[in-house]
Design a protein around this ligand. Structure first.
Ligand code: GLN
Length: 529
C-alpha cells in the first residue's frame, strides 16, 4: 500500500499552535474519507513527557496503551475522534536509546554507527512502520521545535530523506510560521517568515505550503510577498488567524483551498464527504453560542498554565456543549485558596496532581464541597484527597492522609500501590493506561455509565488502602467501582449529596467534542440543577 506523507515544521518561534494546525489538516483529510493519523516528534532528550513539569510543558496526555505523551496527542485524538497509540510520540531519547542498544547487541555488524544513516534510518522506519501497520492513506507528522534548532536536525533530515525517496507527489512539507503585526505601522511583517524559509532551504527543504499564524486574516499583499520570497504558490500561502475556538481551524483552512491543494499535489481525487462535514459542523457549532452559563471551579497547583489541565478543560466544555450550556472555568491555586469564594460556583472539580504542595487546600476544598453540598468531582488526586477529607471529618480518622503527602501518618488511607514498593525509577513507572473497571449495580455510577464494566485510562502511584474500607462504608461512602479482581478501588460516591464522586482513573482523556465522557457529563448536569 502506498502512503502519502505530510510533514509540518515550525518557524520563527514555538507556541504557534502547530499541534492544532497538524490536527486540523488531518481532520480535513479525514472529512475527505482518508484513513489518516498524526505523529508528534519531540526532539527533546526526555524519553517521554512523563517526567516533565506541566507548568512548563503542559499536561501529560496518557494514551490507552499507557504512553505518557505530549499534549498534542490529545489534540489529535479530539480532532480525529480516534485513539492514538504511544508509538506516535517519537522523542530523541527513544531513537538514540534504541540505536545504542542495537549497537551493544552487535546488530550493526561492525559498522561505525552514525547520525546519518543509523539515527535517521531509525526515525524513518518508525514513521513508515506506523503508516504500514495502520494502513494509513496519509500520515501527518508534526516536527516539534523551531527550524534552526540544533536538536531537531536529525529529524528534519530524516523527513527530507523521505521526500527524496518518494518524491513530491507523495510527500508534502507545510511550514507554519508567525506573521507579526506592528500596530503602529499597521502592517503584517513577513521578514521572520522569509528568514525561516531560508533556514529550511539551507537544509534542503522547499516548503509546499506556508501557514501563517497571525492575529487578523493575512492580507492579499502579505500573501503575495510571502509567495514571492519563499517560492510557494500564492494559493498555498494560508492564513491561520485567531479563531473563536481551535475547532474552527479546519474550516478556516478549508475555505482557503487547503484540502483541494493537498489532493492536487498528491494527484488524488478529493472525495468531499458531505455527511461527515455536516456532523463535524454540528459538533463545532454546539461548542459555542449557548447563553446559559455553568460556573466551575477547578482547584490545583499547576494553575499558572491553563495547558496543565488542557484535557480536563476540553472535557468540561464538551459536556457543557452537549447540555446546551456555556461554561466558565476558574482555575484556582490550591496553595492560596479562599475557601468561602467557592460558594459562587455551581460545581467544583479537583483534577490530577502530585506532591505535598497545595494538598491542604485541596483537602479543605473537598470537605467544603461536601459540607455545602456543591457538586464535586475528584479525578485521581482529587479522588484520593476526597477520601482523606472524608476520613478526617466523617470517619473520625484523625491524621488520615496519603503517604504521598505524609509518609508517617497514623492513618494511611491512601497508600503506595503494593507493586510500587521496589520501584525506584521515576520515569514510566506509574500505573499507566487503560484498565477494566467493574461497576456495582444499584449505584449512581452504574446509572451514569449504564454498564457494569468500563475501560479507563490511569496514571497514578497511590491508591485507596482497603484496610479502611469498612470504616468508610459504615460512614456512608459507597465504593462503586473496582479493578484488578477487587484489589483496587476506582470510584467512590456519596448518595446523600447532590453529586459527590471521585474516580481514580482519568475520564478526561476519553472525552471528545460531540462525544462527552459520561461521568464528566453527569457532573456538569448536576452542577446545572
Ligand atoms: N499523585 C497521585 C498518585 O500518584 C495522583 C496522581 C494523579 O493525579 N495523576 O497516585
Amino acid at each position: 500500500m502506498k502512503h502519502k506523507f505530510i510533514f509540518i515544521t515550525g518557524g520563527v518561534m514555538s507556541g504557534l499552535g502547530k499541534g492544532v494546525i497538524t490536527a486540523s489538516i488531518a481532520k480535513l483529510l479525514q472529512l475527505s474519507n482518508q484513513n489518516v493519523s498524526c505523529i508528534k516528534i519531540d526532539p527533546y532528550l526526555n524519553y517521554d513527557a512523563g517526567t516533565m513539569n506541566p507548568i512548563t510543558h503542559g499536561e501529560v496526555f496518557v494514551t490507552k496503551d499507557g504512553g505518557e505523551c505530549d499534549m498534542d496527542i490529545g489534540n489529535y485524538e479530539r480532532f480525529l475522534n480516534k485513539d492514538i497509540p504511544r508509538s506516535h510520540n517519537i522523542t530523541t531519547a527513544q531513537i538514540y536509546s534504541h540505536v545504542i542498544e542495537s549497537e551493544r547487541q552487535g546488530k550493526y555488524l561492525g559498522a561505525c554507527v552514525q547520525i546519518i544513516p543509523h539515527i535517521t534510518d531509525e526515525i524513518k522506519n518508525r514513521i513508515k512502520k506506523i503508516a504500514n501497520d495502520e494502513k494509513l492513506d496519509v500520515i501527518v507528522v508534526e516536527c516539534g521545535g523551531t527550524i534552526g534548532d540544533i536538536e531537531s536536525l536529525p529529524f528534519v533530515e530524516s523527513l527530507r530523506q523521505i521526500r527524496a525517496e518518494f518524491g513530491n507527489t507523495e510527500v508534502l512539507f507545510v511550514h507554519v510560521t508567525l506573521i507579526p503585526s506592528l500596530e503602529v505601522v499597521n502592517e503584517q511583517k513577513t521578514k521572520p517568515t522569509q528568514h525561516s524559509v531560508q533556514e529550511l532551504r539551507k537544509i534542503g527543504i522547499q516548503p509546499d505550503m506556508i501557514i501563517g499564524r497571525c492575529e487578523k486574516p493575512l492580507l492579499e499583499k502579505t500573501k503575495k510577498k510571502i509567495a514571492l520570497f519563499t517560492n510557494v504558490n500564492l494559493e498555498d500561502v494560508i492564513s491561520c488567524h485567531d479563531a473563536k475556538s481551535i475547532f474552527n481551524i479546519p474550516d478556516i483552512l478549508s475555505k482557503q483551498g487547503v484540502t483541494k491543494s493537498i489532493f492536487k499535489k498528491f494527484n488524488k481525487t478529493n472525495i468531499h464527504n458531505n455527511k461527515r462535514w455536516n456532523e463535524w459542523h454540528s459538533i463545532v457549532n454546539s461548542l459555542h453560542g449557548n447563553n446559559k452559563i455553568v460556573k466551575i471551579a477547578m482547584i490545583g497547583k499547576y494553575v499558572s498554565l491553563t495547558d496543565s489541565y488542557v484535557s480536563v478543560v476540553h472535557a468540561l466544555k464538551h459536556s457543557a456543549a452537549s447540555l446546551q450550556r456555556n461554561i466558565s472555568i476558574d482555575l484556582i491555586d490550591s496553595e492560596n485558596i479562599n475557601i468561602n469564594k467557592l460558594a459562587n460556583f455551581n460545581g467544583i472539580l479537583i483534577p490530577g496532581g502530585f506532591g505535598t504542595r497545595g494538598s491542604k487546600g485541596i483537602i479543605k476544598t473537598a470537605n467544603y464541597a461536601y459540607k455545602k453540598n456543591i457538586p464535586y468531582l475528584g479525578i485521581c488526586f482529587g479522588f484520593q484527597l476526597a477520601i482523606v477529607a472524608f476520613g478526617l471529618h466523617y470517619c473520625k480518622l484523625d491524621d488520615a492522609n496519603s503517604t504521598e503527602i505524609c509518609a508517617t501518618t497514623k492513618n494511611p488511607v491512601i497508600d503506595l500501590l503494593p507493586e510500587q514498593n521496589d520501584v525506584s525509577k521515576i520515569g514510566g513507572s506509574l500505573r499507566l493506561g487503560s484498565n477494566k473497571i467493574k461497576i456495582k449495580k444499584d449505584t449512581i455510577t452504574y446509572k451514569i455509565y449504564k454498564n457494569n464494566q468500563i475501560i479507563k485510562r490511569h496514571r497514578h502511584r497511590y491508591e485507596f488502602n482497603k484496610n479502611y474500607l469498612d470504616i468508610y462504608e459504615k460512614n456512608g461512602l459507597i465504593f462503586s467501582g473496582e479493578s484488578d479482581n477487587g484489589r483496587r478501588i476506582e470510584i467512590i460516591e456519596e448518595p446523600t449529596r447532590k453529586f459527590f464522586i471521585g474516580v481514580q482513573f482519568h475520564p478526561e482523556f476519553d472525552s471528545r467534542p460531540g462525544f462527552p465522557e459520561n461521568i464528566i457529563n453527569a457532573f456538569i448536569h448536576a452542577s446545572m440543577l
